[in-house]
Design a protein around this ligand. Structure first.
Ligand SMILES: [Zn+2]
Length: 350
């Protein structure tokens, strides 16, 4: 499902069973925006973006939808807004912030380990279930892709009756994500004067460690409902990675947006139509033929000190997720480093 407009006026049918939510979990700047936009090109899929921010950034701030219109003017979200209590958006946003605080994570893990619902029940839970259900209905989608990433929100959704949550854990080398976080980037694109947060590398490294470890602890024990994909594997072989993801999501065999790679050495590309993603990295607005290539500027531009700090703070996770401790890839005769595809930059990592 790429544009809700095509479904306008069609009677929306109730889904047969629980709505399937493909939840992209992990830490930021790991490629989840690209994966979300790519999945949104398949029939029966709604790329909904970071739905945990729907109430604040969508409803209250009226920031642009992935289709380019202000949230409240988007045809899909206009229909959804009639079915959810948008008048309570501020209250619902505050309630979510309170339930998803970092300091609540140890108790959340403890409850999950004890076999209890990780995020305790709350009166707004029915609103959240209703949101995903009516989103699927209005978008005529079987699968809602939610790229919120925050593991506690994924655990919250996982505890809601009426939702069938599958977790896609997207990971990326933390030296690359720490470098990416330091870039200056407008909240909704280059012309936006408001900048995305730019945490120092030590903070980016700690968040990488915490959120990836929590994702593994919460979800990885159930291989039927958990799949881990490395950004580096996706950029090295997009066709293979997408085949794994679509099989996991239950999409069946259908042509995806991957276009045939050009000459040898050319990166693969995907053809992206606009989605209706709410909130998230500004790269969600990219459309047309978008190359999939490794963004490895960090290999040359991340300082030695930053590299050492991030490596020291993330080494257990690095080992667990299969990343080397030292810098890999050698500078080739063209000045590039020998990494998958070996092509520098391409800011798709959100
Ligand atoms: Zn839209």
């Amino acid at each position: 499902m790429t544009s809700g407009d095509q479904h306008a006026g069609r009677p929306a049918s109730e889904p047969d069973g629980p709505v399937r939510v493909l939840y992209l979990a992990g830490s930021g700047r790991s490629g989840s925006t690209l994966v979300t936009n790519v999945l949104g090109q398949y029939a029966g899929v709604l790329a909904a973006g970071e739905l945990r921010y729907l109430w604040q950034r969508g409803e209250l701030d009226n920031r642009p939808c992935g289709c380019g219109r202000p949230f409240r003017d988007c045809p899909l979200w206009s229909r959804v807004r009639r079915d959810v209590p948008v008048g309570r958006a501020a209250e619902i946003a505050a309630g979510l912030r309170g339930r998803l605080r970092m300091r609540g994570v140890p108790a959340l893990l403890w409850r999950a380990r004890a076999g209890r619902r990780a995020v305790a029940a709350h009166p707004d839970d029915a609103v959240l279930t209703g949101l995903y259900t009516c989103l699927a209905r209005h978008a005529d989608a079987r699968i809602v892709v939610d790229s919120s990433k925050l593991p506690p929100y994924g655990a919250l959704l996982d505890g809601l009756p009426g939702l069938d949550v599958r977790v896609l854990h997207v990971v990326r080398d933390p030296r690359a994500t720490a470098f990416s976080w330091r870039r200056r980037r407008g909240l909704d694109g280059e012309r936006d004067q408001r900048l995305m947060s730019r945490p120092p590398v030590w903070k980016a490294a700690l968040l990488w460690s915490v959120w990836n470890a929590v994702t593994v602890r919460l979800f990885a024990a159930d291989p039927e409902r958990y799949l881990r994909i490395r950004y580096e594997d996706l950029t090295a072989d997009p066709a293979a990675a997408l085949a794994r993801i679509t099989a996991f999501a239950g999409l069946g065999a259908q042509p995806g947006p991957l276009v045939a790679p050009g000459a040898v050495g050319e990166p693969a590309a995907v053809r992206l139509a606009p989605t209706h993603s709410v909130a998230g990295n500004p790269s969600r607005h990219r459309t047309g033929a978008v190359p999939i290539r490794a963004d490895d500027q960090w290999r040359t531009d991340l300082s030695r000190w930053s590299y050492a700090v991030v490596t020291a703070l993330t080494w257990p996770g690095l080992r667990r997720l299969g990343y080397p401790l030292g810098r890999t890839g050698r500078t080739t005769s063209t000045g590039r480093r020998g990494t998958p595809l070996g092509v520098p930059t391409g800011r798709q990592e959100g």
